[in-house]
Design a protein around this ligand. Structure first.
Ligand SMILES: Nc1ncnc2c1ncn2[C@@H]1O[C@H](COP(=O)(O)OP(=O)(O)OP(=O)(O)O)[C@@H](O)[C@H]1O
Length: 275
């Protein structure tokens, strides 16, 4: 019998969180009892999630369950939505992002965001990567050159664009644009990269390169990636959180979540048994 994911979940259904896996680990991000409303409509329901630092965590779940809303909440993009209210907390390395101690521009520097559709600015390749650095006050050409070269090397784009730095970024391929956008986010030295279906518009080869890049980034950064592609989650993520109707219903190391899911909803979702 296929699971009907539109049916409301009984609030007494307990999430399976395998939090013992995180004992002794540094947490980059921690959502606790997070509720989010758009007007009268509640989208996130007492959501709890701890994201370990310098690992890849995949966020998966049926369409409309609130994955993007949660990501946007983590760098306060939802603040710009009229009628949006949040309660509960999201902590970045222990500091409440809604508390007064963390100005929004600083939060967004520390928590970078990459969207489904590559969104380079209509500027040159160089100026895209330099953008945040200049905002941060870096002006010296030599220093900018060095930082830009180094970050383009990290994302594996340097060899392809070294002679095209002053061309319009919008003429790059989609895969190149997505890596450029990641370089732009990395240039300001964030701690976390939030990625919302970042590879869904890429061709298979660019997707493979992208997955290798994500894997490599996790040596230095924390990556929280939303994906609808279960194989991709299984390939790139150390941990997986299954989200359902505004809550994280199951969390664990990716292997356990995929091979030994504890909630029926998780199993039905990852095996494709749903309406
Ligand atoms: N700005 C907004 N105002 C009102 N409702 C919104 C807004 N943005 C999203 N929603 C609603 O919040 C719910 C969750 O949307 P969200 O985009 O977070 O889901 P999702 O899990 O990322 O879905 P998908 O996998 O399809 O991208 C949806 O019902 C959506 O219609």
């Amino acid at each position: 019998m296929p699971n009907d994911f539109s049916q409301p979940l009984n609030a007494s259904v307990l999430p399976v969180m395998r939090t013992d896996l995180l004992a002794g680990k540094t947490l980059a991000l921690q959502a606790q009892a997070l509720n989010l409303f758009y007007g009268d409509r509640q989208i996130l329901h007492a959501l709890n999630l701890s994201v370990p630092a310098r690992h890849v965590t995949a966020l998966v779940g049926p369409s409309g369950c609130g994955k993007s809303t949660f990501l946007r909440c983590c760098n306060r993009l939802n603040d710009e939505v009229d009628g949006c209210r949040v309660s509960g907390s999201v902590k970045l390395a222990g500091s409440d992002i809604h508390g007064g101690d963390l100005p929004v521009p600083e939060l967004r520097r520390r928590v970078g965001m990459v969207f489904q559709k590559p969104n380079p600015f209509p500027l040159t390749v160089y100026d895209n990567v330099a953008y945040g650095l200049r905002l941060a006050g870096l002006r010296r050409r030599r220093e900018l050159d060095e930082r830009i070269e180094s970050v383009l090397k990290v994302v594996g784009l340097w060899d392809e664009v070294a002679t095209r730095l002053h061309e319009d970024a919008l003429i790059l391929s989609s895969g190149q644009q997505q890596r450029l956008v990641i370089a732009r986010a990395l240039a300001v030295e964030p701690e976390i990269l939030l990625m919302d279906e970042p590879a869904s518009m890429l061709d298979p080869i660019s997707t493979l390169r992208f997955e290798e890049l994500v894997h490599q980034l996790a040596q230095r950064y924390t990556v929280l990636v939303v994906t609808h592609n279960m194989q991709q989650a299984a390939r790139v993520a150390d941990y997986t959180a299954f989200m359902y109707q505004g809550r994280v219903l199951e969390f664990g190391d990716t292997d356990s979540v995929f091979t030994n899911p504890q909630r029926r909803e998780t199993e039905d979702y990852i095996t494709g048994k749903f309406r």
